[in-house]
Design a protein around this ligand. Sequence first.
Ligand SMILES: *[C@@H]1O[C@H](CO)[C@@H](O)[C@H](O)[C@H]1NC(C)=O
Ligand SMILES: *[C@@H]1O[C@H](CO)[C@@H](O)[C@H](O)[C@H]1NC(C)=O
Ligand SMILES: *[C@@H]1O[C@H](CO)[C@@H](O)[C@H](O)[C@H]1NC(C)=O
Ligand SMILES: CC(=O)N[C@H]1CO[C@H](CO)[C@@H](O)[C@@H]1O
Length: 958
Amino acid sequence: MVSLLEKVLSNQCVLFLFIFSLLLVSSSQYAAASATNTTGAVKEAKALLTWKASLDNQSQSLLSSWVGGSPCKWHGINCYRSRSITFLNLSSYGLRGTLHSLNFSSFPNLHSIDLFNNSLYGTIPSHIGNLSKLRFICLSLNKISGTIPTEIGQLASLRILYLSRNLISGSIPQEIGNLSSLTELSLFRNYLRGAIPASIGNLRNLTILHLYETGLSGSIPSGIGNLTKLTQLTLQENQLSGFIPAEIGKLKSLSILRLCGNRLTGSIPHEIVNLTYLNTLHLGDNMMSGYLPQNICLSRVFVNFTIFNNNFVGPVPRSLKNCTSLFRVRFERNHLTGNISEDWGIYPNLNFIDLSYNKFYGELAPNWGKCRSLKGLKISHNNISGRIPTKFGESIQTLDLSSNHLAGEIPREFGRLTSLFNLSLGHNKFSGTVPSEIGMLSNLRHLDLAANNLSGPIIKEIGNCIELLTLKLSNNRFEGNVPLEISSLFSLQHLDLSQNLLVGFLPPELGTMPRLEILNLSHNELSGSIPQTFNQMLSLTSVDISYNQLEGPLPSNKAFREAPTEAFTNNKGLCGNITGLKSCPSVKIHEAKGKKGRLILIVVSLLGSLFVLFIIVGVLSLVWVRVRNKGKNKPEDAQNDNLFAVLSYDGKLVYENIIEATENFNSKYCIGEGAFGSVYRAELQSGQVVAVKKFQALEDDDRNASLKTFTSEVQALTDVRHRNIVRLLGFCLHPRNAFLVYEFMEGGSLEKMLGNDEAAMQFGWIERVNVIKGLANALAYLHHNCSPPIIHRDISSKNVLLDSKHEAILSDFGIARILKPGSSNWTSFAGTIGYTAPELAYTMEVNEKCDVYSFGMVTMEALLGSHPGDFITFLSTSTSSTAGHTLLKDVLDQRLSQPTNQVAEDVVFMMNLALSCLLSSPQSRPTMQQASQRLSSQKQPLPEGFHMITLGQLSDLM
Ligand SMILES: *[C@@H]1O[C@H](CO)[C@@H](O)[C@H](O)[C@H]1NC(C)=O
Ligand SMILES: *[C@@H]1O[C@H](CO)[C@@H](O)[C@H](O)[C@H]1NC(C)=O
Ligand SMILES: *[C@@H]1O[C@H](CO)[C@@H](O)[C@H](O)[C@H]1NC(C)=O
Ligand SMILES: CC(=O)N[C@H]1CO[C@H](CO)[C@@H](O)[C@@H]1O
């Protein structure tokens, strides 16, 4: 893949090349460059060939065009208006070697060296100082070590110096102050030490200074005030100490100031209010103190204001009340005070605000509900009182008001906040019952209502919040039974119902919750024995059932065996082989009838699940054997061959039903075809519509492949449960008919949707963003939540189905591979051409990153409206400036109008994400977990109108 993609993502180097190509180069002028050799060119060619010979073998073959003739015609070399080399551009070439054999003094006219993203190692040679005309050098993203040579100070023409993301150590040499023409200096992510040299104050033309994550210490030199053209100053994540110099107020052009993650002390210099273009001020994670400056944000361009984890005191600046540009505010963990109902206004763009762990008091104003874009509001651990407003914007995802003094009831109106992800109201004084409308929050992951005065039953509707991971209802006055419906929360990991007034038996279904890790039922009035189903709770790690009326044997799983005695004390009569408990009496013949009956039922149900498993394994191996023997023996009586197993249905009936409904797989019911068979739509007698994927008859020559596909799909899907993954309803294996039965997806496939103009126009940006999020969630689940992980290996728009609400449903696990730890994961080529990762062309090792690549393709396809093949060719073949200046809006699906507001942010973000998933190096691609998290996290607002955004700018917006 293309070097531009990699550059676009790095926010390095690209910018300069665009400017440079604009200023100097018009492509027609290249041609004239070099017909005849001069002694200069001979010398240059020789120097380059010497260097080439010092690189490793693979790099030498990458530079195969470097042989004879004029070097001006070699790849990566340009001789602008001269016979001498001016540009050396080998970014993302995959070169491995050092710079030591490159004789810089042979290139008297070299203007630009771009070696971004290679595998260069060794030090920066001191003879780099010989490049007297050098204006641009980028060595970022290599493995260069050693110190920055002092000779760098001799590069009198240098405008841009990029050395970020290397292994450079030592201090920044004083001599850097001699580079008086320097406009951009970027050294971030290295291993520097020492202070920022005072001579930096001489770099009066500097506009960008990136020194973050380098390990620099000492104080910020006051000479920084000389850099009046600076627009971005990023020094975060270092060990800088001392005060922020008041001279910072002289940086009139500054728009971004990031100093977080240092050891800065003192207060924010008042002069900061002079920075009228400042939009980002990050001071979090320091040791600063004092009052916040009162007149900040006077020019209303202030967007990001984060000061968390400091010791700031006093009130919120009054000027913030009218600062309507605010987007992201993080004030948590300071000692700020004031009446919160008066301090904050209405912010149309505000996306996230965290005021937790301060000393704010007063009531929550209705203003928060008028912040239309607000996704996250956190004010936990303050001294807020009064009632909670009933209205919040419908985009709110996180509402954390825990540990305050809020009272009154939880408003019914919260049922409308269907984007809610995290609702934390714990440790307040809420009373009354929990409104059943909470059950409408189908996206809720965390619900914390602990330590309030809530009463009444635990609502059954909670079972509808199927995404819940954490449910904390402890320390209230909830009464009645533990509702059965809780057991349908199959993602739930943490359930705390302790310290309530719950009574009755524990529902056996509770033991079937597959992901439960922490279970606390202590301090209630629960009675009866612990259901045997609890034996199956293999994910459980922590359990507490103390202070109840429970009796009978303890379940025999690990969590119960290893729990401390305190987890069981003060019950009626628990027994088991655990210190502190009496051992259980051996089962006696004359035991009560009822009890025996229950035991048998449980055994039967356990056997039932074993049976299903047995059928799957048994049937598969049986057929396998049969099929293999087929060549030798004629098939026996066909009636006995009727092997099938359709889960949770009357198998035989459904089998016949399907044959009937599809008129024995008549092509008129066919809705799709794949490599290993066709998919049919079948309407069962019950009226239910299912999709039936029929595999090629097993007698075929391809039978092994076909059977393998079948098995792989069944294996992959039996354990998998996710809202964005197709549900396998059953399967049938018969020598004539092997098929899988799925839920039917009315929306068809993404490919079909995008291929039909009319449908595609209805399928807007919001829907597309949502589909990609769903797909990302499904893949993150397969890769990271399944054990062992499952790789799909055939992600394409064909296999992304859409349900009636246009939610993505991932299907077709025919070539999925379950990654067994320890086994080698090599494979023959599989997947759909046009979606497979490039490394599969030369390696056959499967890993998750292949799916990530295909995900990138599908994402881009959803954005462009068609397969991105041509677009990627365009990126790789056009010059950087053409591609970089292309407007994003011009490459997006033209059948839709331009996205606006938040959707526009999502679209830009997705385009970036797609590009990073398509990186040629698998290691550089994000994991699906990262992708899915980033997709659901808050996005930066766009710095300018969507219609202005170019491809070259994309990475800056991430
Ligand atoms: C800042 O500029 C002044 C001249 O305006 C100069 O005297 C001083 O040395 C510079 N400061 C630093 C630290 O370079
Ligand atoms: C906070 O301000 C509001 C509005 O001015 C006022 O009604 C309320 O009494 C104040 N609360 C406290 C605790 O001072
Ligand atoms: C919280 O506010 C109440 C009055 O509303 C006050 O009495 C109490 O001291 C405050 N607590 C803290 C920790 O600030
Ligand atoms: C021709 C030229 O300027 N050569 C210089 C290159 O750099 C080395 C090390 O800095 C000097 O020693 C040479 O004189």
